[in-house]
Design a protein around this ligand. Structure first.
Ligand SMILES: *[C@@H]1O[C@H](CO)[C@@H](O)[C@H](O)[C@H]1NC(C)=O
Ligand SMILES: *[C@@H]1O[C@H](CO)[C@@H](O)[C@H](O)[C@H]1NC(C)=O
Ligand SMILES: *[C@@H]1O[C@H](CO)[C@@H](O)[C@H](O)[C@H]1NC(C)=O
Length: 225
């Protein structure tokens, strides 16, 4: 991953604006270009590394003759309050589409924002999360009904993401391939502890997985009698 500070090239894109409206911007050839307001991500958005995410804007604000949007880039804010360019997420995409999709890059988990097509057209800060909080169960895990078992996660990853780790549910996979929520194993627990221990419930022996909030699931593991 390349980490660069703002280059004079980007600084040259500064135009006087509020971020509330679409603003004229100038492309690198000095032509006037169109830069719409980012609608999502918003302050409650989270992206998960390695999954598809999108940035959207109101396509009805886009002039019919608008050129493709030249760039969409990811930034975070340094401890001095300046914008740090992280990476480009998309370039030369259709302004009329109203959204653009990409895979969330492998960055450090934390708080980021995006800027699209013009300096000043930035989103609120939102969070990028990792997908691998849960260390155990893994594919080699076997839980025995009626005995103690634990779910173990990386407390440093959770701590840096805030307290939003409210439940752990047990799932299995239906014959149609869907996720079947069997029961909640734990909820509203201390996320800094790094693990929770409970008695394995009376379920049918078989293959299960667990999911925590935000659709993050483990691999399948076995529950035996
Ligand atoms: C914020 O963005 C998310 C998608 O990241 C969306 O589901 C949600 O509706 C948005 N919230 C508001 C208030 O627009
Ligand atoms: C900004 O993001 C980079 C890349 O993920 C990371 O190394 C750096 O620590 C982040 N800086 C801040 C202040 O969050
Ligand atoms: C899923 O688990 C439930 C509860 O133990 C069980 O009744 C059901 O048969 C399981 N389904 C599959 C497809 O294994």
């Amino acid at each position: 991953m390349v980490l660069k500070y703002l280059t004079p090239l980007f600084a040259a894109l500064i135009v006087s604006s509020t971020s509330a409206t679409a603003i004229p911007a100038f492309d690198l050839q000095g032509r006037e270009a169109f830069a719409p307001v980012v609608v999502t991500p918003n302050a409650s958005t989270f992206w998960i590394i390695g999954t598809l995410a999108s940035v959207s804007w109101d396509a009805s604000t886009v002039p019919s003759d608008a050129d493709p949007l030249p760039w969409l880039a990811l930034y975070n804010t340094s401890s001095f309050g300046s914008a740090i360019y992280i990476t480009t997420l998309a370039s030369d995409f259709d302004a009329h589409a109203g959204s653009v999709e990409f895979t969330v890059p492998d960055v450090d988990i934390g708080s980021y924002f995006v800027m699209m097509a013009a300096w000043g057209q930035d989103s609120p800060h939102f969070r990028i999360r990792g997908s691998n909080f849960i260390i155990s169960p893994d594919a080699d895990t076997v839980w025995t009904i009626g005995q103690e078992a634990s779910v173990i996660w990386d407390p440093t990853a959770v701590a840096s993401e805030g307290p939003e780790f409210f439940w752990v549910d047990l799932y299995n996979t239906t014959i149609y391939g869907g996720a079947n929520d069997v029961m909640t194993l734990a909820s509203n627990f201390d996320t800094s502890a790094g693990s929770i221990t409970f008695i394995v419930p009376e379920v049918s022996p078989g293959s299960y997985f667990i999911m925590r909030e935000w659709g993050q699931s483990t691999t399948h593991f076995e529950i035996v009698a």
